[in-house]
Write a protein that binds this ligand. Structure first.
Ligand SMILES: [Zn+2]
Length: 242
């Protein structure tokens, strides 16, 4: 990309989004700033967590960690204007790509009828080349597939009863943290709320022990994204049209 080429802004002519992540905290490393902007515009955003992140803290058993991280995610969501957080209760660390996951995701898409679906990078690596873990890859790919599944009344038909009419209205899937970004959101004025949203994961971040470094890193990412877009602070997405 030449320095004069700017990434396109994410279209904002929509009303409802569903944001799907493998773990509590996944959306808080960038996407949350964009969510804050969108909920301020009056858009309705629902969070759907595939797990409760119960395998995320080495020194704490899953049965203790799960409820704590679920509650931290609810608080985190509230900071950026999201009041609905749903959990699918797949097992953290061993999420499988497959029909059960695609079915759960397709039913959620039929239930919430979003025009935009937000999820995490499904590629093998992050920008910069680090390995992206299997949970994120499996969820990202299953989300892309479930968007199509949701619109087909002959797929997962046994559960397409009340509240589960086919929904083919998803116009855009936005992948956060992709090594191939195509679009960006200007989060100037919203970055701090994104960070406040991340800070709600206090038990988890304390266990990781690198909160200060993370904040610096996310500010660097936001500045780089802003440069790519022609604004102060930004967050980048790979947009896929179903
Ligand atoms: Zn994660």
């Amino acid at each position: 990309m030449s320095p004069t080429t700017k990434l396109e802004p994410v279209p904002e002519n929509w009303e409802r989004a569903l944001a799907v992540a493998a773990h509590p905290d996944d959306l808080e490393y960038g996407a949350a700033g964009a969510v804050a902007r969108w909920t301020d515009q009056g858009k309705h955003v629902v969070y759907l967590m595939v797990t409760r992140g119960e395998a995320g803290i080495d020194g704490m058993p899953p049965e203790e960690t799960g409820p704590i991280r679920a509650e931290e995610e609810r608080r985190s969501a509230a900071v950026v204007g999201v009041s609905q957080v749903e959990f699918l209760d797949h097992r953290d660390g061993v999420i499988e790509y497959g029909l059960p996951l695609r079915r759960d995701l397709a039913l959620a898409i039929r239930k919430y009828r979003p025009q935009v679906v937000i999820t995490l990078n499904h590629h093998l690596t992050w920008p910069g080349g680090g390995l992206n873990m299997a949970d994120h890859r499996n969820v990202g790919l299953a989300v892309l597939d479930a968007v199509r599944d949701a619109g087909n009344r002959w797929v997962f038909t046994d559960e397409s009863g009340e509240g589960h009419e086919p929904w083919s209205g998803v116009e855009l899937v936005l992948l956060s943290g992709s090594p191939d970004p195509t679009h960006g959101v200007d989060v100037t004025g919203y970055f701090d709320r994104g960070m406040a949203s991340l800070a709600e994961h206090s038990t988890y971040l304390e266990a990781l022990g690198n909160a200060d470094r993370t904040q610096e890193l996310l500010l660097d990412f936001a500045r780089d994204a802003g440069r790519a877009m022609g604004c102060d602070l930004g967050v980048l997405f790979q947009a896929v049209r179903p």
